[in-house]
Design a protein around this ligand. Structure first.
Ligand SMILES: [Fe+2]
Length: 335
């Protein structure tokens, strides 16, 4: 009897424990997120356990864990990755009135398997005094020979570039996109190497004049511990290109509830919290991203870069065109 009681106590304790936690697999690597997770814990009493790794590693892990996976929520920093997780059947549709009402349809999965939490735009960053401000216009135009030897951009294995290319394909088709990529390759100041910040630094130091980078890196460089980043970023400015028949390319970081989430209710609460006003305000303030929730303002620094109109294509398309984008890069010789 005592044995039985002890056993049921253990079962009860573990089920209580299980109902008060949420397991998050996250590719976001920002300090903001730590603060947000703490806020969620304090608000709900639900403990947030985080596994941090690259999206590709997290996706692989979820695949190999299968139905036994402890993952409740997957967070990644690119629509292409969210799409990949969905394609591998690692996410489940969730029914959340809050999320479907507050996150625009262009910023969430068609089947509600993932939701954008933040937006970032991929823009041109030019060196002040290089004369590029009067030359820059559309993404399409970056292939024009007038930019010969001027463009710094990272390699094509990077998902941010793949999503930009996916958008180009959505706007103009593969053939056009291939010619565009060839034009950009011909305009590169150097063969692709390094991350977005590396490109911005190069341009600041006179290697090429236009870097392609995500906006939030500029914010991170402005407020960096490293003086060389702060100095570099003083020499550059953001230009928001547009697609000829659209707006500025945006990408998202987002979250989906795992297919086998052991704590599904907590997972939904957690994603809803990340899309709440207080979380969105923190995302906007601390990580220089654009909030997805209407009515939440960007930070002062981010607003100072200027206004732009989001591109018109759905974020879903970025994932759908990812394979085609990778192929186009290969064909164009974009390393
Ligand atoms: Fe990033």
């Amino acid at each position: 009897m005592i044995k039985k009681l002890a056993l049921s106590a253990i079962v009860l304790a573990s089920s209580l424990y299980a109902s008060s936690e949420v397991n998050v697999y996250s590719h976001r690597h920002y300090d903001t997120d730590k603060k947000l997770f703490k806020m969620f814990e304090e608000k709900t009493g639900i403990k947030v356990n985080v596994v941090k790794a690259k999206a590709s590693a997290l996706i692989k892990r979820m695949e190999s864990e299968g139905a036994k996976s402890p993952a409740d929520v997957l967070i990644t920093v690119d629509a292409g990755r969210l799409y990949q997780a969905k394609s591998k059947d690692l996410l489940q549709s969730i029914n959340s009135n809050y999320l479907t009402t507050n996150i625009p349809a262009t910023l969430r999965d068609k089947d509600n398997k993932w939701f954008a939490l933040t937006k970032r735009s991929r823009v041109a960053v030019y060196r002040i005094g290089s004369g590029m401000d009067s030359k820059l216009s559309t993404y399409e135009d970056l292939a024009d020979p007038k930019f010969k030897g001027q463009i710094m951009v990272r390699s094509s294995n990077n998902i941010y570039n793949q999503s930009l290319m996916a958008a180009m394909i959505a706007h103009h088709g593969k053939e056009y996109a291939l010619n565009w990529a060839k034009g950009v390759v011909a305009n590169m100041a150097k063969a692709p190497k390094g991350n977005d910040r590396y490109q911005v630094k190069a341009v600041a130091n006179g290697i090429g004049s236009v870097a392609i980078a995500n906006t939030y890196y500029i914010g991170k460089m402005v407020n960096n511990k490293d003086a060389s980043q702060r100095e570099s970023v003083k020499k550059v400015k953001i230009f928001f290109p547009k697609f000829e028949n659209g707006g500025t390319h945006i990408n998202v970081s987002g979250a989906g509830v795992a297919k086998y989430a052991p704590n599904k209710d907590n997972a939904i609460k957690f994603v809803e919290f990340l899309a709440s006003k207080e979380a969105q305000e923190l995302f906007a303030k601390a990580n220089y991203e654009y909030p997805v929730l209407a009515g939440v303002k960007s930070s002062e620094l981010v607003s100072s870069w200027g206004q732009f109109k989001d591109d018109t294509i759905s974020i879903n398309t970025l994932g759908e065109n990812n394979k085609a984008a990778v192929k186009v890069f290969d064909q164009a010789g974009w390393k």
